[in-house]
Design a protein around this ligand. Structure first.
Ligand SMILES: Cc1cc2nc3c(=O)[nH]c(=O)nc-3n(C[C@H](O)[C@H](O)[C@H](O)COP(=O)(O)OP(=O)(O)OC[C@H]3O[C@@H](n4cnc5c(N)ncnc54)[C@H](O)[C@@H]3O)c2cc1C
Length: 459
């Protein structure tokens, strides 16, 4: 019945029902769930609305899916249901270069957007390290950040409006120019629980006149992160401040030969974009602070090729850890910048106590840590150690005044951890918002909220 109705509405080519096809959609980059009942690949907003209406008639929940690179189980279907993949809605629909904005479909890959508008002298700023594959729709789902979000802000700062299909299959639009409640901001970061995004108006920025990238090497991550705090405290906000420790640098160099020093305990990658005339002054100021904080060496990447190589290494860091262990788990936590040294010390200690190798690669300027815990998923003891270490790090960062996610979202992974930072009353207030958008919690059920916050009416 469900399959027939979906095929009737969208055509057989847009509906996947075979077990081997469905199995592919049971994963994201964090977890696995039972396969969905059906996967649909709509071609337009009308198709999405039709699918939501059929899902309602058949009592099936719906999970929106971009590229499935999410790191908290947000795109996995916990209750079978229908997965809406936006793989075919992957185009830029309109470019308004004069007003520096574009309308895009949710399945457009993040990096493809910047590549498409580059010839107009523009770019799209939020750049998650997954930008070669993650989609603008998925980035809206998680309010994705990225290395350059220190200077430019996260996804929510670059979304001007949305087209959304609601829980009943009706379409509405939002705009940041609307007076009254800012529904755009409410939807960005809602992980597919408030509505299905079918088009996005994005802000584009002018390519900067000048860009410089510098690399400072330190004896350890604590001194590198102390330097980061000092740079920002001095009133300098570079576009990116990224740290990698020696474990990560070794893996990156083996994979990419990007030019990072192998004899440092940690490296700080600094990028500043702006006017050409300001660059020398900025460089001297940052280099001086780095020296005061014990930098062992300082290097400027003078050519585009050198800059690209350093960034390719940084953005490929997670994949490069395949050289260390068959699996890694990424913890995503935030602390106030000044608490980075303490948080990093705790990460090292906790991993050591549990006998795990940990590598740190993170958005230091935002205080957003990403300890990568290496393990082999076939070894149950290692899996248990990773879970325990991950939880300890989460708890410690909250105690340091931080929070449970910097950018990856809550999904399934951190729904219970929400109680570490929100009271029962806070969660009830948030659940009320969800009730308004989706009274039966059919859109991505059981995500974000701890079990028992509400009883979703599921089959
Ligand atoms: C190697 C690696 C590096 C990463 N680096 C970063 C990083 O630097 N910064 C960062 O923030 N994240 C990072 N991530 C995590 C991930 O890439 C982001 O969360 C990204 O935004 C997910 O995009 P996606 O297209 O893969 O979405 P998916 O994983 O498919 O979905 C993510 C969430 O968005 C929802 N969603 C998807 N499409 C829609 C839609 N059209 N309407 C409503 N909801 C929707 C889904 O239901 C789900 O809850 C990284 C992941 C990997 C594997």
């Amino acid at each position: 019945m469900l399959h027939e109705r979906l095929i009737e509405a969208l055509g057989a080519g847009a509906v996947k029902t075979s077990p081997e096809d469905l199995a592919v959609y049971a994963f994201d980059a964090y977890s696995q769930a039972p396969p969905p009942a059906a996967v649909v690949l709509p071609a337009n907003t009308r198709d999405v609305a039709a699918v939501v209406k059929i899902a309602n008639d058949c009592g099936e929940p719906i999970v929106a899916r971009g590229a499935g690179t999410g790191l908290c189980g947000g795109a996995v279907p916990l209750h079978r249901g229908i997965v809406i993949s936006f793989a075919r809605m992957n185009r830029m629909l309109e470019l308004d270069a004069r007003n520096r904005r574009a309308r895009v479909q949710p399945g457009l890959v993040n990096l493809d957007l910047s590549r498409t508008v580059e010839s107009s002298g523009l770019f799209y700023a939020p750049d998650p390290a997954s930008q070669k594959s993650s989609t603008i729709g998925g980035n809206c789902g998680t309010n994705a950040g990225g290395p350059h979000c220190l200077g430019y802000g996260t996804t929510v700062n670059h979304v001007l409006g949305l087209e959304v299909v609601d829980h009943q299959g009706e379409t509405f639009t939002t705009s940041i120019d609307d007076v009254g409640y800012d529904l755009t901001a409410a939807l960005v970061g809602s992980e597919g629980t408030l509505g299905i995004i079918t088009a996005i108006d994005v802000r584009l920025l002018r390519l900067p006149e000048a860009v410089r990238v510098w690399l400072a090497a330190f004896g350890d991550v604590e001194s590198a992160s102390g330097c980061v705090s000092a740079i920002v405290a001095a009133g300098i906000v570079p576009t990116a401040l990224e740290i990698m420790d020696d474990v990560i640098v070794k893996a990156v160099e083996a994979a990419f030969g990007a030019g990072y020093p192998l004899d440092a305990g940690a490296v700080l990658l600094i990028e500043h974009a702006g006017f050409a005339d300001d660059m020398d002054e900025r460089e001297h100021a940052i280099e001086r602070i780095a020296a005061e904080h014990g930098a062992l060496s300082w290097r400027a990447a003078r050519t585009q090729a050198e800059r690209d190589a350093l960034w390719a290494g940084r953005k490929g860091a997670a994949g490069a850890t395949g050289r260390i262990a068959p699996n890694y788990y990424t913890q995503d936590v935030c602390v106030p910048r000044s608490k980075l040294p303490a948080a990093l010390h705790f990460v090292q200690e906790s991993a050591r106590r549990h006998g795990l190798t940990v590598g740190n690669v993170f958005h230091a300027g935002d205080g957003n840590l990403h300890p990568l815990l290496m393990y082999d998923r076939r070894e149950t003891k290692q899996v248990a150690a990773v879970i325990e270490t991950g939880n300890e790090i989460l708890q410690a960062c909250v105690e340091l005044g931080g929070t449970i996610s910097g950018e990856h979202g809550v999904g399934v992974e951190k729904r219970e951890a929400m109680t570490l930072v929100y009271s029962t009353e806070d969660l009830a207030a948030m659940a009320n918002v969800r009730d308004v958008f989706d009274p039966k919690w059919k859109l991505n059920p059981e995500k974000i909220f701890p079990a028992g916050t509400r009883c979703p009416e599921l089959p």
